[in-house]
Design a protein around this ligand. Structure first.
Ligand code: SAM
Length: 239
C-alpha cells in the first residue's frame, strides 16, 4: 500500500493514532485532490517520521486520518543553517524552498547594511519550507527564523558553528571546506548590493569563518544560495 499524496501535519504520529484535519487540509484533500473515505495519505510532522494513513472521516470543513504504519523514520538533515539577506519576494521564496529541499536544518533571514527588504512574512516563508518538504520526501521541516540584524547575529554567534561566507569580492579562491573540521555550519549569502566593507572586514576577522568564492562571475543571491549549498553538500553533506 502506498500513498500519492504527502501532507505535513502538526499532530503526533504513531500506529493507530488519529489526526484531525482542519478546514484547509480537508479542502485540499477532498475538494482539490478528490480523495474519499478509505483513501491513503502519507503524513509527516517533522518529529515522528512518515506514516501511511487512511482517511477515516471526510467532510467539507474537517476530516480525520488514521495512522496505519510508519513508512520512514525521521531523517534529520545535516547541522547546516542557511543565513541570507532577503531579496525580492519571489526570489526569497525560492531561496527558502531550495534550502528546505537541499537539507538546511534552519533558515535565518538576516538584515545586512545593503539589504533592501527590511521585513519578511515569516509565516509565509515557513509555509514554503513545509511545501518543499512535502514535495521532496523529507521528514523534517527546517525552521524559518525571524529576520535579525547581521551585526547582532555575529556578535552573539556560537563559537562552535563555522560560517561559510560567500564573498563576492574573492576571486579564484576555491573553497577548502573539506579541510575545516566542524560539525555545525552556517552558509551566509548577501543581498543584491553585496556586503559592505565593514561587514566583510568583520567576517574575515572572525576565527570561525571560511570565506569562499563561488566562481569568477557574480551570481544572483538566489543562485548563490543554491551554489553554496551544493558546494557544501559535496564535501560535508548527507549522501
Ligand atoms: N552587488 C554585488 C557585486 O556586484 O559585487 C553582488 C552581490 S550578489 C548579487 C549577492 C550575494 O551572492 C553576495 O553577497 C554573495 O554572498 C553571493 N555571491 C554572488 N556571487 C558570488 C561569487 N562569485 N562568489 C561568492 N559569493 C557570491
Amino acid at each position: 500500500m502506498s500513498a500519492k499524496i504527502r501532507l505535513y501535519v502538526d499532530a503526533p504520529l504513531g500506529a493507530g493514532q488519529s489526526i484531525p484535519l482542519d478546514k484547509d487540509q480537508a479542502h485540499y484533500l477532498f475538494g482539490v485532490m478528490r480523495q474519499a473515505l478509505g483513501g491513503h495519505v502519507a503524513v509527516f510532522n517533522g518529529r515522528d517520521g512518515e506514516y501511511l494513513t487512511e482517511i477515516t472521516k471526510a467532510g467539507k470543513r474537517a476530516g480525520e486520518l488514521t495512522c496505519v504504519e510508519q513508512t520512514k523514520p525521521l531523517q534529520m538533515p545535516p547541522n547546516l543553517w542557511l543565513m541570507f539577506a532577503p531579496i525580492k519576494k519571489a526570489r526569497t521564496d525560492f531561496i527558502v524552498e531550495k534550502a528546505a529541499e537541499m537539507g538546511a536544518m534552519r533558515i535565518v533571514p538576516v538584515n545586512t547594511e545593503y539589504t533592501n527588504s527590511d521585513r519578511i512574512r515569516r509565516d509565509r516563508l515557513q509555509a514554503h519550507a513545509v511545501e518543499a518538504a512535502e514535495q521532496c520526501g523529507g521528514t523534517y521541516v527546517p525552521e524559518v527564523a525571524d529576520l535579525c540584524r547581521l551585526d547582532r547575529l555575529l556578535a552573539d554567534f556560537p563559537e562552535d558553528r563555522q560560517i561559510l561566507f560567500a564573498d563576492e569580492s574573492l576571486v579564484g579562491a576555491r573553497a577548502a571546506i573539506g579541510a575545516v573540521d566542524a560539525d555545525k555550519w552556517a552558509i551566509l549569502i548577501g543581498p543584491e548590493g553585496g556586503f559592505s566593507d565593514k561587514e566583510r572586514a568583520r567576517l574575515r576577522a572572525m576565527p570561525n569563518v571560511t570565506s569562499v568564492s563561488l566562481g569568477p562571475r557574480i551570481l544572483r543571491a538566489d543562485t548563490a544560495a543554491v551554489a553554496a549549498m551544493t558546494l557544501w553538500q559535496d564535501t560535508k553533506g548527507d549522501w
